[in-house]
Design a binder for this molecule. Structure first.
Ligand SMILES: NC(=O)c1ccc[n+]([C@@H]2O[C@H](COP(=O)([O-])OP(=O)(O)OC[C@H]3O[C@@H](n4cnc5c(N)ncnc54)[C@H](OP(=O)(O)O)[C@@H]3O)[C@@H](O)[C@H]2O)c1
Length: 244
């Protein structure tokens, strides 16, 4: 992987800040975004202290689509341009707000609409040899009762990424769909299956490894590929009866 400069979108996320730290430790330059300017400044300051190179920090709310061009301008001013980007935006659904149109729209916007729009902007600007990695989820591989909306949005994101991969292939830009299993973060807090969780640091290590040499769809940890292959092959009636 070229050392270059990487954009980490959602660098205040548990996994995003670990990815940013790891990239900085490997000598890469960083442009970080986060919706909370103070939290973002704290993440940037922590990285500057650890690595001696202050990252560029650009506050960005995912649903403020009109602010994307300003981020593109900031990235365009980076000497040498971007070597790649990692998008970590995501939010779970609130089981108590299933009939609330605004809450439903927000889950779809943060998990699907916003990444899709930003990736279109980025794909137009990155050059050959660069990489776009997007954190998706095994929840998008099969519909489950407790994550039905989140899973549907991630499934849509996966289809979008497959199409973007086809679009970017001939321009030498790698597009990675990173399907994470359970990671021990605030997002997965309280969900079933905690015994399968890996640490955010382990997840970040695998994400950065994929940035270097990953292709297509990457499962983290890798054994989720085989679990999901088995689960996808089950008839729906049988899948529904599995313990949560
Ligand atoms: N943890 C897991 O088990 C797991 C499993 C599969 C996939 N994933 C995926 O991994 C990614 C990172 O998740 P995580 O576990 O690290 O959880 P997290 O810490 O809650 O990260 C979610 C990120 O999305 C950002 N975000 C949410 N709504 C936003 C908005 N409207 N505008 C801007 N940013 C917004 C959050 O910003 P703030 O920092 O400001 O809150 C945060 O940076 C997500 O895409 C998630 O779907 C996680």
């Amino acid at each position: 992987m070229s050392r270059g400069t990487f954009l980490v979108v959602g660098a205040t996320s548990t996994i995003g800040r670990c990815v940013a730290r790891r990239l900085a430790a490997e000598g890469c330059g960083l442009c970080l975004t986060g919706r909370d300017p103070e939290e973002l400044a704290a993440v940037a300051a922590d990285i500057a202290v650890r690595c001696g190179r202050p990252p560029l920090a650009v506050p960005l709310e995912a649903r403020d689509f009109g602010s994307y061009p300003a981020l593109m301008d900031a990235c365009g001013a980076i000497p040498g341009g971007l070597a790649g980007a990692v998008i970590t935006w995501g939010m779970p659904e609130d089981p108590l707000a299933r009939t609330d149109p605004a809450a439903t729209a927000q889950v779809v916007e943060v998990n699907l609409t916003a990444p899709a729009l930003l990736l279109e902007w980025l794909a137009d600007r990155l050059g050959p040899g660069s990489c776009l990695a997007v954190l998706s989820s095994v929840a998008g591989d099969r519909g489950r009762a407790d994550t039905r909306l989140y899973g549907a949005a991630k499934a849509g994101l996966n289809v979008f990424l497959a199409g973007l991969r086809a679009h970017c292939d001939r321009r030498g830009i790698r597009v990675l769909t990173v399907k994470l299993g359970r990671v021990d973060t605030r997002l997965s807090f309280g969900l079933a299956g905690a015994f399968l969780a890996i640490s955010p640091e382990s997840a970040a290590k695998a994400v950065v490894r994929s940035l270097r040499r990953g292709r297509g769809t990457v499962y983290i940890p890798g054994w989720w590929r085989w679990i999901m292959l088995a689960l996808r092959s089950l008839p729906e009636g049988l899948f529904r009866r599995l313990p949560r």
